[in-house]
Write a protein that binds this ligand. Structure first.
Ligand code: NAD
Length: 363
């Protein structure tokens, strides 16, 4: 199969759909890989590395879209890219179609077979191609929070781990899923005292078995949150109710109970945010202050560590890419129900129920 990897063109997107190691794997299975010139340059992945992996370097996105049987990307195709997709081609990338009727219309018109990373499943009911980005965002949330706590950033001037003789910071992680667990792990690693809240007893049990008394697990209620805010230095919002907007778990009124310069990091901002005062920010301007409380609400956190994120993404996407290339999309999809769950658009039809229902297409 001829596989094409264009350079990402979304604003400030520095990730690329395939690492040189990923290209080499596909080539070793007998496939051809084309990578757009300078596609990974911004994160230190050079054209030479791709060439050594056996890939062909191609000057333009047009050539990649014209020739490739399968396009591997990171972000949803932008309008200029949608216009180049064609019937029978496979598109393998993040799509997030439900809130994006224009992109959906363009994919339908192109006749492409579009597989969305975010809806591919695994045998444990997880979303294996979404999880790596949650791992990145969870770990990064503590870095971001620690930085925002510094005085020069408007924070309270507290070091997460304290020092001998001075107590560590209190970190409250709301939601103990992939993001929350990774945040908790980083915060504990830095020496902070961590409390993690979740609505799932099974999840709390799992976390308790993992870390014992190194952290505190509490069932998540409005009371539990309210009780802790006055002495919490850093709150990580990491809840998810699949398919729904994030519940608002901290109100503007409740900010008054917190110490000035404390920090809220709302990782769930991509689902609307779980604090009433959250609004999406960017890496260029990540924080703002409301009533003395610093908010960090970057909607695309993994993009900030684009190199790590690229490697994490290829690790997760590559096994399915190999299946698609080896067997052809039709056979690969029919053989693997988890990959089939990723199919969102095929030959002019929406093939994913939630997208069809949200956008009013037949299913
Ligand atoms: P997950 O499904 O692994 O975990 C979510 C957890 O929230 C679950 O354990 C669930 O039981 C818990 N939960 C639900 N309601 C709760 C409540 N009221 N109180 C406490 N816990 C509650 O999801 P995840 O992969 O960890 O993702 C969490 C959020 O982070 C999602 O909104 C996701 O889209 C977002 N995310 C954002 C970025 C970013 O760049 N901002 C990156 C990755 C993920």
């Amino acid at each position: 199969m001829l596989i094409g990897v264009p350079k990402e063109i979304k604003n400030h997107e520095y990730r690329i759909g395939l690492t040189p190691a990923g290209a080499r794997e596909l080539v070793s299975h007998g496939h051809q890989v084309m990578v757009q010139k300078d596609g990974g340059k911004a994160i230190g992945l050079t054209d030479d590395q791709y060439k050594r992996a056996g890939a062909e370097i191609v000057d333009t996105a047009e050539e990649i879209f014209r020739r490739a049987d399968m396009i591997i990307k990171v972000k949803e195709p932008q309008p200029a890219e949608c216009a180049m997709l064609r019937s029978g081609q496979v598109l393998y990338t993040y799509l997030h179609l439900a809130p994006d009727p224009d992109q959906t219309r363009a994919l339908l018109a192109s006749g492409v077979t579009a597989i969305a990373y975010e809806t591919v499943t695994d045998s444990r009911g997880g979303l294996p191609l979404l999880a790596p980005m949650s791992e990145v965002a969870g770990r990064m949330s503590i870095q971001a929070g620690a930085h925002a706590l510094e005085k020069a950033q408007g924070g309270s001037g507290i070091l997460l781990g304290g020092v001998p003789g001075v107590k560590p910071a209190e970190v409250l992680v709301i939601g103990g899923g992939v993001v929350g667990l990774n945040a908790a792990r980083m915060a504990m690693g830095l020496g902070a005292h961590v409390t993690i809240l979740d609505r799932s007893i099974d999840r709390l049990k799992y976390i308790d078995e993992l870390y014992g008394d190194r952290l505190t697990t509490i069932y998540s209620t409005r009371d539990a949150i309210e009780e802790r805010l006055p002495y919490t230095d850093l709150v990580i919002g990491a809840v998810l109710i699949p398919g729904a907007a994030a519940p608002k778990l901290v109100s503007r009124e409740q900010l008054k109970s917190m110490r000035a310069g404390s920090v809220l990091v709302d990782v769930a901002i991509d689902q609307g945010g779980c604090f009433e005062t959250s609004k999406a920010t960017t890496h260029q301007n990540p924080t703002y202050e409301v009533d003395g409380i610093i908010h960090y609400c970057v909607a695309n956190m993994p993009g900030g560590v684009a190199r790590t994120s690229t490697f994490a993404l290829t690790n997760a996407t590559l096994p399915f890419a190999v299946q698609l290339a080896n067997k052809g999309a039709r056979r690969a999809l029919l053989d693997d129900p988890h990959l089939l769950n990723g199919l969102n658009v095929h030959a002019g039809q929406v093939t994913y129920r939630a997208v069809a229902e949200d956008l009013g297409y037949p299913y």
